[in-house]
Design a binder for this molecule. Structure first.
Ligand code: C5P
Length: 245
């Protein structure tokens, strides 16, 4: 994999309700981040037009369609086919419905990198136990590895997991298996009413091996989003310099 710049390693989620707001943020941040992520809120509101608008405004940036597909294999296969036609760079599927779903997504992926969502960063061990996950797997560190193994076997390009598990995923599955890490909280970037539980700083995520980090509210809600994104990029550079040393 080619070496990414610090900016290219930042994924900014366009967690916004309208096309106008999304395009405003793309214009504001296109030189400060490498990937724009379209999630459920924006895609449900705007549909494929928003993908075209992002590509038009920021042709140098990548687009990540974060639909977290979670359905029977046939439905995922057809949805993946439709997503691949949109020309996005990354897409997500959940890993907790087994190989059928994962194989279906890979079959129709084409050029799109399919990433498996292992265990959401908003979930703790207590949450997993309450969801009926067996106690011997309810530690997120174990469940992430278990699900990453399935994703790896199915031929996915990588996984989404917290910065706390990034290192063990890299160690087990190798450098080329991508690790995308949400739940990023810069030390000075408090988020009011935060739902994320397994959080780490940009520095720790990159030191632990994350290839890309997803940084949403700490940039979106900052007084100056560009400055916030630049601060994250500087932190990535510091961590990457240490890892390369
Ligand atoms: O930084 P912030 O918490 O605002 O980022 C939230 C974004 O990260 C949302 O778009 C959410 O879908 C995404 N995400 C996540 N946890 C995952 C996968 C993606 O929070 N495991």
């Amino acid at each position: 994999m080619k070496t990414l710049t610090a900016e290219e390693r930042i994924i900014f989620p366009l967690d916004l309700p309208t096309m106008e707001e999304a395009v405003d943020y793309v214009r504001l941040l296109k030189d400060h981040v490498g990937v724009f992520k379209v999630g459920l809120e924006l895609f449900v509101a705007c549909g494929p037009d928003v993908i075209r608008a992002i590509k038009m405004e920021a042709p140098e940036c990548k687009v990540f369609l974060d639909m977290k597909f979670h359905d029977i294999p046939q439905t995922v296969k057809r949805a993946q086919r439709a997503a691949s036609r949109l020309g996005v760079d990354f897409i997500t599927v959940h890993c907790d419905e087994g190989r059928g779903l994962l194989d279906a997504a890979v079959q129709e992926a084409g050029e799109v990198a399919v990433l498996g969502v292992t265990v959401l960063t908003s979930l703790s061990k207590e949450d997993l136990l309450s969801m009926g996950i067996a106690p011997e797997l309810a530690d997120p560190a174990d469940l992430v590895l278990h699900r990453a193994h399935l994703a790896h076997l199915a031929g996915l390009r990588g996984v989404v997991c917290s910065g706390l598990e990034a290192r063990s995923v890299k160690e087990r599955f190798g450098r080329d298996f991508l690790v995308v890490t949400p739940g990023i909280r810069p030390r000075e970037g408090r988020v009011a009413g935060d739902d994320q539980k397994r959080v780490v700083t940009p520095y720790d995520a990159v030191t632990n091996g994350a290839d890309y980090i997803v940084v949403g509210r700490p940039i979106r809600d900052a007084r100056n989003p560009r400055e916030a994104a630049s601060a994250v990029a500087r932190e990535i550079e510091r961590a990457a310099a240490l890892s390369d040393a």
